[in-house]
Design a protein around this ligand. Structure first.
Ligand code: SAH
Length: 348
C-alpha cells in the first residue's frame, strides 16, 4: 500500500487521521512536520505510535539528494520525489533575508526555446506538499525551524509553469503562509509566469497578493512567439492588459522579466518598445543575462552590453535593474542541474 504524505495536512486533518491520539498530538505533529523533522525525531510521541507512523506515512515527500555550494553562499539543491523524479531549487542568502527558488512542476510544457526545463516536456505537476516540502527541507538544511526561519523569501521560478499547475500552487500559497506553520508572508513571495493571461486574471481575483513576475523577454509579437510559443495563445497586448489588471486588483507593482539574448532582443528598437509597453502603470523591468544552455542555440550578451541596454531603458524612463545571476556557476536555474544529473546517471 502506498504511504500517505503527512506534510501539508492541517491540524484538523491530522486529528481525523489519528482519532485515538490525545488531543494535543495532531498539533505537535503539525509543528514537527513544519520544522522538517522525521518520525524518529518526534521523540515526544509514544514509541509505538512513531513506529505506526513510519510504517504507513511519509513526513516530507522531498528528499535532498545533493547540495552544490556556489559563490556568495548560494546553494543548489537536487531533490528526489517519492516516485524517483528529480527537481531542483536554489537557496540564495541576501542581507535582507534568504530566498529559495522552488520548482512547481517536473519539467514544463511551455517550450520556451532558451530554457532547459522543458527539454523533455512536462512529466507531471507537483503536489502542494511537494512544494511545501522543498521549503521545509531547505529551511531545515540551513538550520531553520518553523519559528526561526532560515528561508524568509520564496520565488516560484524553478522549473515548471506555476499557472499550468494553478490549483496546487494556490493550495501551496495558502499552506506556506499559514499562521503556526512555516508562515512566510505573501509579501515575501514572488511568482513568475510565462504569461497565461486567463490565469493572471483569476489570480488577481483570488485575493492572493504575491509579487507577480511576467516573463516578457521580447516586446514584439513575432520575436516573442519565436522564443515563447505561449505568445501565440496570449499575445503581448493581452499580456500587458492582464498585468495592468493585476496591478489594479492587488495594488502590487508588476515585474517584467527580460532575458537578454545577443542579437535577438537587445536592439534599440526593442528597448524603445519595451519602454512604451511598460509605461502607464507601476512596473519594473528585471534584466537577466541569458544563462547559456548547451542544447539551445542562443548567445548571452557581454556584461557591458547588458549595462548598455540598462542605460538605454533608464534614459527612456523605465525602472529597471539587472538581476544578479547567483546560480550560474552551479548550473543555476532553468533545469540545467537536473538534466546534467540525469545525463551523468545514464552515461555511467
Ligand atoms: N515558467 C515560469 C517560471 C520559470 S523560469 C516563467 O516562465 O516565468 C524563471 C525565469 O527564468 C523565467 O523568466 C524564464 O524565462 C527564465 N529563464 C529560463 N531559462 C533561462 C535561461 N537559459 N537564461 C536566463 N533566463 C532563463
Amino acid at each position: 500500500m502506498e504511504k500517505t504524505v503527512l506534510l501539508s495536512k492541517s491540524i484538523q486533518e491530522l486529528t481525523e487521521l489519528f482519532p485515538s491520539q490525545p488531543k494535543f498530538v495532531p498539533k505537535q505533529i503539525y509543528g514537527f512536520l513544519m520544522d522538517g523533522k522525521n518520525f524518529d525525531e518526534m521523540t515526544s510521541l509514544k514509541k509505538e505510535f512513531r513506529e505506526e507512523l513510519k510504517a504507513n506515512y511519509i513526513a516530507n515527500p522531498i528528499e535532498i539528494l545533493e547540495v552544490f555550494e556556489g559563490k556568495l553562499g548560494t546553494k543548489k539543491y537536487l531533490f528526489k520525489l517519492t516516485d524517483g523524479n528529480l527537481i531542483e531549487g536554489v537557496y540564495m542568502p541576501h542581507d535582507y533575508g534568504n530566498t529559495l527558488c522552488l520548482s512547481t512542476q517536473v519539467g514544463c510544457r511551455m517550450m520556451c526555446n532558451f530554457c532547459a526545463s522543458c527539454l523533455d516536456g512536462l512529466l507531471r505537476n507537483l503536489t502542494s506538499a511537494e512544494m511545501l516540502g522543498q521549503v521545509v527541507a531547505v529551511n531545515r538544511d540551513n538550520c531553520g525551524t518553523a519559528k526561526a526561519r532560515a528561508v524568509t523569501n520564496l520565488v516560484l521560478m524553478g522549473s515548471g509553469e506555476p499557472f499550468d499547475n494553478y490549483e496546487n500552487v494556490l493550495d501551496f500559497l495558502n499552506k506556506v503562509s499559514e499562521d503556526g506553520g512555516i508562515n512566510i508572508s505573501e509579501r515575501n513571495i514572488s511568482l513568475s509566469t510565462s504569461g497565461l493571461c486567463d490565469k493572471i486574471k483569476d489570480f488577481a481575483d483570488s485575493g492572493h497578493k504575491v509579487t507577480l513576475s511576467i516573463s516578457l523577454h521580447a516586446p514584439f509579437d513575432e520575436l516573442r512567439s519565436n522564443l515563447m510559443p505561449v505568445n501565440k495563445r496570449f499575445p503581448i497586448s493581452k499580456l500587458v492588459k492582464a498585468a495592468k489588471y493585476y496591478f489594479d486588483k492587488t495594488g502590487r507593482r508588476v515585474i517584467f522579466e527580460y532575458t537578454l539574448i545577443k542579437g535577438e532582443n537587445d536592439s534599440d528598437a526593442c528597448a524603445k518598445e519595451l519602454a512604451r509597453l511598460t509605461k502607464g502603470f507601476p512596473s519594473h523591468v528585471n534584466l537577466i543575462r541569458l544563462n547559456e544552455v548547451k542544447e539551445r542555440d542562443h548567445t548571452a550578451p557581454s556584461e557591458d552590453a547588458t549595462q548598455e541596454f540598462l542605460k538605454k531603458l533608464e534614459k527612456l524612463g523605465v525602472s529597471a535593474t539587472i538581476r544578479k545571476s547567483l546560480g550560474n556557476d552551479i548550473e543555476g536555474a532553468c533545469g540545467q542541474l537536473r538534466r546534467r544529473y540525469i545525463e551523468d546517471q545514464t552515461h555511467e
